[in-house]
Every structure is written in structure tokens, then in C-alpha cells.
Design a protein around this ligand. Structure first.
Ligand code: SAM
Length: 429
């Protein structure tokens, strides 16, 4: 989501100010930090990054420094207390006002702060999406109304607001005309999507997926991220009927203990989560399931943690994200008593990550010798003489091939697994 927002900031400044991104901070007229406040570590980084670029104002007095994203939304003008040299502060829902904020800063000489939540207005003010790659992000909804007790998102990004269906369809059609073949639908909980249709009805995420799958030229659909509470049977059925929807579902569970799920206010039980996965697998047997886990939530006992490990064994997850719980200001869980030692939590996290890594390796080993359809995304990060492609189940495969394959689908024989990374050989275009 932040990558998408950063791309939009670059598009806006290109369209309104004729600016181009540079890799060299000393060349820049504007330096923006797009921030994340989901955990404490990410938040602290902003101030050290700001301190690093501050001296550039001595050599370039016209340099403007901005802070956007969720730390900006959470801290607002308080950022100026710690970093008074910051020029603009804007939230995830006001990034479209960036050109006006920069201009107001130039005109008045005073720092500008706008961290309001003007509903979904931002999408009406963003330039037409543009890409040169075979895959593109499209944001379909913003914010979150779940209010999980650990999470800061509803306070920094606001409540769930969906874009109208026609707007999303138009963005996707514009991208398809530019040669895009795969679209990744984005939102904090995409499966909570409830958008207005042309005839004034409200349509759900299952409807949107089917409408998009009907577009010629679109070969593959992905989405992230989703919430178990919104995993309706209608949506599960789309896996059975719509081959363009990839065989990958990222469905965060956070914990395998009902006691902890209730304390997190997740709104579902472990049994309900398992029932969703069973039904998704019935609809799409080869699907890869990934999740997010929080380890060390206040009051998590050894027994609760073992329940999470049991769930991991039962489901068999592919590569997942896992984190130590981080208290976030203003969230209910931040008030809870937390007696567990950090060392105990860190050891639990390590055990969980080792178990997931084993399962991840199992998925990779099972792909050995198979032929996979993959979209070539670009040059491999590991070896610039190779290309990297993404399979339906979200695995990156490195292989030798000509640069003109970038943006195309290829069939690749999986020949090697090197520490979770796949290598393969091109079969045919
Ligand atoms: N909306 C999705 C859901 O809740 O199912 C997940 C989106 S959330 C922005 C991304 C992930 O960050 C969460 O799934 C959770 O694992 C992690 N996260 C959020 N708040 C956290 C906290 N206070 N401490 C540690 N991890 C956290």
C-alpha cells in the first residue's frame, strides 16, 4: 500500500511540478518520507532519516522536506517539535493535496500540515495511472473499520471507504491499454469492499473480481490484504469459477488461540478460520495460503503460543509475515498488562519463524520438476544477468532469458530450490 502511495506521490509531482525522481538526495528539490507506524521500529526510523537529510538544507536553502503516511497522520504537527525544519506534513488520505501544500509552504514560508480524512476524494485528483511493467497495483478501498485492539490503522488511515466500481474498472482498463497483464488489488481489507455500482447498487468484492476477470487482456488477478471476517462463501466460490484469480490467498490469522483472538477483537475463532481454509481448498485445491502472525500479544501464555504452532501445523502455510507485538499509542491493547519477558517472546517468534520456514521449503520442494506459468517482472535481484518471474502461487523464479520477455508470461520448469528461492529453465513462450 505504501509503495502504491509513494508511486502516486511521484506521479503527482511529475504531473504538477515537472519533477523526476532522483537517487541522489543532494540533487533533490523535494524530499518526502512516506512513513509507516504499524510497529514502533518503523516509526522511530523517520526521525533518524529526517536528521540525515537536514544538513542538505544548508547547501540548498530551497529544499523542501515532507513527511507523509501514517506517522504523519498519527503525530501531525507534533513532528515539528522534534524536527522544526520539516516543511509539509500530510496523511495517506491527503497525499493528492501535495502540490498545493508545497506551494502554500513556498508562498507563506510556514510549514503546512494536512492530515484530514476527506473520504475518497484523493482518487479523483490523482493523475491517470501509468506503468511500463506487466503488473500494476490498483487501490480499491482505503482504511479499516475492524478496530483490532493492537492495530493503529483505523486511526491513521481512517475507516473503510470503497471506490466506486466504475472508477476501479476504468483504472484497470487504462492499465491494460498500456500492456499490463496482471493487476494487484490493494486495500487494508479488500474483501470488505462495498462499492457503488453504476445503477446505484452496492457491489461486493466477489462481484468486482468477476467483473474484472471479464476484461479482455487481463490475465491474472491478485489481491492483498484480506480479513477472515469478510471471507464470504461468495468470495470463496470465485476461486472455483475464476481461473484468472491466482492460487494464492494471504489471510492473516494473527494467533491460533481463541483467547488471544478474542482479546485482539478479531471477530472469529480458530475453528472458523480453519473452516474458511477448508472451503477455499475445496474450491481451489492447489492454493498457497500465507498469513500474518503476532507473537507476544499481552497475556499470551505458553499454551496460547502452542495453539498457534498447532494451527500452523494443521494449515501448512507458505511464506508468512510474523512480528513481535508492538504497543501502538491510542490502541486498546496498549493499556493491557504485559508480563511476558522480551526474551521469551523473541524465542517464541524464532520457533514460529523456523516452523514456517520449513513449510515454505516444503512448498518450494513440491514445485521442483513442475512447469509453472509465470509473469516476468524484470531483472533478477540476485543476479543481474538473469530474469525474475512470479508464479501463480506468488513464488519468484530466477531464470536465463532475453530482456524482451519482461512483461510477458512464460512457462518455466522449476529445476532448483536454493534457500526458498526457485531457479528454473524456460520451456516456451
Ligand atoms: N487487515 C489485515 C488483518 O488485520 O487481517 C492486516 C493488515 S495490517 C496493516 C498488517 C499486519 O501488521 C497485521 O496483520 C499484523 O500482523 C501486523 N500488525 C499490526 N499491528 C501490529 C502491532 N501493534 N504489533 C505487531 N504487529 C502488528
Amino acid at each position: 500500500m505504501n509503495e502504491y502511495d509513494s508511486g502516486k506521490m511521484a506521479d503527482l509531482l511529475r504531473a504538477c511540478e515537472g519533477m523526476e525522481p532522483t537517487e541522489y538526495p543532494e540533487e533533490a528539490d523535494v524530499i518526502l518520507f512516506n512513513t509507516c507506524s504499524i510497529r514502533e521500529k518503523a516509526e522511530e526510523k523517520v526521525f533518524s532519516d529526517l536528521g540525515r537529510v537536514r544538513p542538505l538544507k544548508l547547501t540548498n536553502p530551497d529544499l523542501l522536506i515532507g513527511v507523509g503516511g501514517c506517522v504523519a497522520s498519527q503525530e501531525g504537527a507534533a513532528i515539528l517539535k522534534r524536527a522544526p525544519y520539516v516543511d509539509v506534513i500530510f496523511g495517506p488520505q491527503t497525499l493528492h493535496r501535495l502540490p498545493q501544500l508545497l506551494q502554500a509552504r513556498r508562498d507563506t514560508g510556514r510549514p503546512q500540515v494536512d492530515i484530514s480524512f476527506p473520504e475518497i476524494e484523493k482518487f479523483d485528483h490523482l493523475p491517470i495511472p501509468q506503468t511500463t511493467s506487466g503488473t500494476a497495483y490498483v487501490s480499491i478501498m482505503e482504511g479499516c473499520s475492524k478496530y483490532c485492539t493492537f492495530c493503529v490503522v483505523p486511526y491513521t488511515r481512517g475507516e473503510e471507504v470503497s471506490r466506486p466500481l466504475v472508477d476501479v474498472m476504468r483504472d484497470v482498463q487504462v492499465l491494460l491499454a498500456q500492456g499490463v497483464k496482471e493487476v494487484m488489488l490493494l486495500g487494508q481489507n479488500v474483501n470488505a469492499y462495498r462499492g457503488a455500482s453504476d445503477d446505484g447498487d452496492t457491489v461486493d468484492f466477489a462481484f468486482m473480481l468477476q467483473a474484472l476477470a471479464g476484461l479482455d487482456g487481463l490475465s491474472r488477478l491478485r489481491f492483498t490484504t484480506s480479513h477472515p471476517k469478510d471471507m464470504t462463501q461468495r468470495l470463496i466460490d470465485v476461486y472455483a469459477t475464476t481461473p484468472k484469480l491466482v492460487s494464492h490467498l494471504h489471510l492473516p490469522v494473527q494467533s491460533g488461540s481463541d483467547r488471544i483472538l478474542a482479546a485482539m477483537k478479531r471477530g472469529h475463532t480458530v475453528l472458523e478460520y480453519k473452516s474458511i481454509i477448508r472451503r477455499v481448498r475445496a474450491a481451489r485445491p492447489d492454493i498457497c495460503i500465507t498469513s500474518d502472525f503476532i507473537v507476544g500479544f499481552p497475556g499470551e501464555t505458553e499454551q496460547d503460543f502452542e495453539a498457534t504452532m498447532k494451527l500452523i501445523d494443521e494449515i501448512g502455510f507458505d511464506n508468512s509475515f510474523s512480528y513481535l507485538y508492538s504497543p501502538r499509542p491510542g490502541t486498546p491493547a496498549a493499556e493491557l498488562r504485559d508480563d511476558t519477558l522480551h526474551e521469551v517472546k523473541a524465542a517464541r517468534l524464532q520457533r514460529l519463524q523456523d516452523r514456517i520456514a520449513k513449510q515454505e521449503d516444503g512448498v518450494a520442494q513440491a514445485m521442483l520438476g513442475t512447469s509453472q506459468r509465470a509473469l516476468v517482472e524484470g531483472v533478477s535481484k540476485k543476479d543481474t544477468r538473469e530474469l525474475a518471474a512470479r508464479t501463480d502461487n506468488n513464488r519468484v523464479v530466477n531464470f536465463s532469458g532475453a530482456a524482451n520477455l519482461i512483461g510477458e508470461f512464460v512457462d518455466i520448469n522449476i529445476t532448483q530450490v536454493v534457500r526458498h528461492t526457485l531457479r528454473g529453465e524456460l520451456v516456451a513462450k
